[in-house]
Write a protein that binds this ligand. Structure first.
Ligand SMILES: Cc1ncc(COP(=O)(O)O)c(C=O)c1O
Length: 491
């Protein structure tokens, strides 16, 4: 008798029951020729003894093998392996025991993109690119609204069927109103298309508007995900410098004179990653250039809700009347990134063309979540939440900037931001940023190693974007102390 205790390694405590494991293991042996066609199966009692299971377990495994056509019962004799591979239409494939193959058996382009962020298992401090504090979001009210939305399913099961790819009408109406009231964007529901985050919005828009070989203009430093989406579409990225007033328009104009530009991706409220605001004068000039040189302006307004000093300059989309500006936004900075609610605001005919593209990657959004979020806007919860978080974040910005100035002035220079959720600054030439990030990580603080924001002309990473909103004032103080300790230890 074969050494089944070695050939069939059973794993107790997994979701796959023992009879299924034994059956799958025996099928494996038949497939590999270890148990040849027509060979006798071991007697149920002996096999049970070898495997340390009871006889009924083996009996159940044999029943499964017989049902799948691998085992042939014979009266008063041991069962045998079938004489050819069973053809069993509708049967599930036998489950292989062992590990999923580590390597693919085919060639494909390997991604050199940065791996997804790996957060540590233990809670530690994170100064990321500018996330909100998810602890502040009205999760309980959102859950209540979600539950209420699910109650409607009993009466209208079609609520959970395929629906319009541009999002639930109620949310589009609420977003149109919010964008109009808070920033003067003259949109109605038909100008709003709900996506799973603005990343999806960029992706869909790139599919629709950008062809291989088109020139897409971005800032000298820009949002890497958006860059990658345009490049993935085959666009050529042209980079334009950014100074303390935002994009340098002389460079943009010089570029437009040299070649056709299809689209400009811009973050005017707070340029990503430098946080500078595009000045009012440059906004007027930018819109004029878009008309003159016939390019699309994609305005990514990812953090308009956060301004602390004074009333913000309104988005380009609030002034643009010629159908050339496409506006995107997101609730990632308002509620939390994981809810995946973003939106595009554009002329209705653009959104109609976007719908069939969305269907190809994601039939529709999440109607229940969208309804629940719409209710947060409708009953004023979102308004209160925003007012409260704006106040908290302003305080956190002040605490953070004061701590940075008090402890890190020797190594880190920055201008306190007038809005947004992050500080942008430059490290002294003596600081090795990747080493600093590594040292901070060992001390329990995660921050970027700066490679994502390194300029071509820079010999090594020198800039840091430090999000302050997700941490409490106490946590912020602790983070700055860790940074100080790390910087001292590297001197
Ligand atoms: C510049 C920029 N745009 C957009 C987003 C929002 O992305 P999403 O809505 O897909 O979460 C972010 C998030 O960090 C961002 O930094």
């Amino acid at each position: 008798m074969l050494p089944y205790q070695t050939l069939l390694s059973l794993q107790r405590g997994t979701s796959l029951a023992l009879p299924q494991q034994i059956a799958a293991g025996l099928i494996n042996l038949i497939r590999r020729g270890v148990l040849p066609f027509g060979a006798r199966f071991p007697g149920a009692r002996q096999l049970a003894e070898q495997l340390g299971v009871n006889r009924q377990t083996v009996g159940l495994a044999y029943e499964e093998l017989q049902a799948q056509g691998w085992l042939v019962q014979r009266p008063r004799r041991a069962p045998v392996v079938c004489t050819q591979l069973p053809e069993a239409p509708g049967q599930p494939l036998p489950v292989a025991i062992g590990q999923f193959p580590a390597r693919a058996a085919f060639q494909f382009p390997k991604s050199d993109a940065a791996p997804a962020v790996q957060l540590p298992a233990h809670p530690s401090l994170v100064l990321d690119g500018g996330s909100p504090d998810a602890r502040l979001a009205p999760h309980a009210l959102l859950t209540r609204n979600y539950r209420r939305a699910t109650r409607g399913v009993a009466r209208y099961p079609q609520l959970l069927g395929y629906a319009a790819p541009n999002g639930v009408l109620r949310l589009r109406q609420q977003l149109a109103r919010y964008l109009h009231d808070t920033r003067g964007v003259p949109a109605t529901a038909e100008n709003v298309f709900v996506t799973r985050g603005s990343t999806m919005a960029f992706f869909l828009l790139a599919q629709l508007l950008v062809q291989a070989g088109d020139t897409v203009v971005v800032g000298e430093q820009s949002y890497a995900e958006a860059d990658a989406i345009f490049q993935n579409r085959g666009a050529r990225l042209a980079r334009v410098a950014v100074d303390e007033q935002g994009l340098v328009l002389e460079e943009l104009e010089a570029l437009c004179r040299r070649q056709p530009v299809r689209l400009l991706y811009v973050t005017p409220h707070h340029h990503y990653p430098t946080t500078v605001t595009l000045s009012a004068t440059r906004r007027v000039r930018l819109l004029a250039l878009a008309e003159q040189y016939d390019f699309i302006v994609l305005e990514d307004d990812y953090d308009f809700d956060y301004h602390y000093a004074e009333a913000p300059i309104l988005p380009l989309a609030s002034a643009a009347q010629t159908g050339r500006v496409i506006y995107t936004g997101s609730l990632s900075k308002v509620l939390a990134p994981a809810y995946r609610i973003g939106y595009v605001v554009a002329p209705a005919e653009v959104l109609q063309a976007l719908a069939p593209i969305r269907v190809l990657v994601d039939q529709l959004g999440d109607p229940l979540l969208e309804t629940a979020v719409a209710d947060l806007f409708a009953d004023g919860t979102m308004h209160h939440h925003l007012a409260r978080s704006r106040q908290q974040y302003q305080h956190r910005r002040d605490v953070f900037c004061a701590a940075l100035q008090a402890r890190l002035a020797r190594w880190f220079s920055f201008v306190p931001p007038t809005g947004g959720l992050a500080v942008w600054g430059r490290l002294a030439d003596t600081v090795d940023l990747p080493k600093l990030a590594q040292c901070c990580r060992e001390l329990g603080l995660l921050l970027s190693d700066g490679r994502a924001h390194q300029l071509l002309a820079e010999p090594r990473p020198m800039h840091l974007r430090l999000g302050f909103a997700a941490l409490t004032p106490v946590e912020l103080e602790r983070s700055v102390r860790i940074l100080e300790t790390a910087l001292r230890s590297l001197e």
